[in-house]
Design a protein. Structure first.
Length: 240
């Protein structure tokens, strides 16, 4: 049986994985969904929320048990698992990117959104930045429209109610990795074809630049854990 460590995206928390955790555990696997610093129930101050802090949290989770894990990152979580896997590669059995960013060395999340294939990204187009240290905010209306567009109104309301402002620092920090060493870890990608938050063209470009052993294409929005739960669980089980 496999061990999964699940990493959420921007504005999120471990809560986003609740729909898939039960089915994975029912199949006999071990599942650990974590809150990154400053997210979910973690109260790390905004000034201390960095990409490095994210990576340290993931590596701490990975090293807490003896067996390597299938490390899954959603959206911004793709940058996080990339940096974490570079820090503790021996703890990672494989990487799974769920409509997630896949940076190369020296690239930040913000760099990837600025690629030509990122045109039409409705998250970046509608963000507001406030405070010092700065946090990004996205209105509830825009969030429901561009992230949960294939979800039921009840699913969208549940998710929107749990989201919090996103510290900006992890968006702008480039990853520091050895691309060749990281490429030695098997990776898979879950592409979401109805995604309005991360254009499918950008997802396809990242897959071309970082070849994956498996690519799963879901007819889903940017929240497949809600809108395509069964299909996402099936993909994760196949990877294991």
């Amino acid at each position: 049986m496999a061990r999964y460590v699940l990493v959420h995206g921007a504005f999120g928390g471990a809560w986003c994985w609740e729909p898939v955790t039960g089915p994975l555990e029912a199949a006999g696997h071990t599942v650990e969904a974590i809150d990154l610093p400053g997210h979910g129930e973690d109260d790390t101050p905004v000034a201390e929320v960095t990409l490095e802090a994210y990576a340290e949290r993931v590596c701490s989770t990975l090293t807490a048990r003896p067996e390597p894990a299938v490390l899954v990152g959603y959206s911004m979580g793709g940058v996080v698992i990339t940096q974490a896997a570079a820090r503790c590669p021996e703890r990672v059995a494989s990487l799974v990117f769920v409509c997630a960013f896949m940076p190369s060395n020296g690239q930040s999340l913000l760099d990837l959104t600025k690629l030509p294939e990122g045109a039409g990204d409705q998250i970046q187009a509608n963000l507001t930045i406030e405070g010092d240290p700065p946090v990004a905010k996205l209105s509830d209306e825009v969030t429901a429209r561009v992230i949960y567009n294939d979800c039921t109104s009840e699913q969208a309301a549940w998710a929107v109610s749990k989201r919090h402002p996103q510290p900006v620092a992890p968006y702008t920090t480039p990853v520091e990795i050895d691309d060749r060493k990281l490429a030695s870890i098997p990776r898979s990608y879950v592409l979401t074809k109805r995604d309005q938050a991360m254009p499918p063209a950008l997802q396809q470009r990242m897959i071309r630049e970082h070849p994956c052993e498996r690519v799963f294409e879901l007819d889903a929005d940017h929240a497949p854990f809600l809108s395509a739960t069964d299909e996402l669980v099936s993909a994760l089980l196949e990877v294991a």
